[in-house]
Design a protein around this ligand. Structure first.
Ligand SMILES: Cc1cc2nc3c(=O)[nH]c(=O)nc-3n(C[C@H](O)[C@H](O)[C@H](O)COP(=O)(O)O)c2cc1C
Length: 177
């Protein structure tokens, strides 16, 4: 699939065929995510792949908008390492690029999946503190791991309508506001 076509045709997929995704394909998808840009090239991410049906069904109790994850082939939890990220967490002027880095990786992950005919849907974790805490506890994540996004994926069992109203030339400002 050509890159521009992938960018324009990726849609959130929430219905999946009952068909697993092989490990090699998952690794290729994650490899693409790991080639994403990061602040100071810190690459502060980890990817947790879970295909346990019990966990997939349980997810909606952790993050209420993930009920469809029960039918996914797997979920990939994109996590950020708060110690590796480019940040000033310990200083007065606190900031961190961890969520930005993870968001870019999540988009790359979904686009790579789509290029292989696999559908996915970005489901937010951070910055919802309750969801972050619940995932950390349920998955036994180390203290420095921040679960950022939950990405259910699988071979699509739906073809969402392509939006007609996404391109807004009036939102482009040339040279001045
Ligand atoms: C930060 C973020 C959080 C999202 N969380 C959820 C979610 O919890 N559940 C869900 O079904 N979709 C979620 N979505 C997907 C959006 O609903 C979807 O991207 C949007 O409706 C546009 O549709 P499209 O992805 O098909 O272009 C999320 C998307 C983003 C970027």
């Amino acid at each position: 699939m050509e890159l521009m076509e992938g960018l324009l045709t990726r849609r959130s997929i929430r219905k999946y065929q009952d068909k697993p995704i092989d490990k090699e394909t998952i690794c290729e998808i994650i490899k693409a995510a790991q080639f994403s840009p990061t602040a100071h090239n810190r690459q502060p991410w980890e990817f947790l792949v879970i295909d346990d049906k019990k966990f997939l069904a349980e997810l909606r109790h952790i993050q209420r908008w993930t009920s469809f994850a029960k039918d996914a082939a797997c979920v990939i939890i994109v996590c950020g390492d708060i110690e590796k990220s480019f940040n000033r967490n310990k200083e007065d002027e606190k900031w961190s690029f961890i969520d930005v880095d993870c968001a870019i990786a999540t988009q790359s992950l979904m686009l790579a999946a789509w290029s292989k005919g696999i559908g996915s849907c970005y489901c937010g974790a951070a910055p919802m503190q309750r969801v972050v805490d619940s995932l950390k506890e349920r998955l036994n994540l180390p203290d420095n791991m921040r679960p950022f996004a939950i990405v259910p994926m699988g071979y699509p069992a739906e073809t969402p309508k392509q939006p007609e109203d996404r391109y807004h030339p009036e939102k482009i400002h040339w040279g001045k506001w």
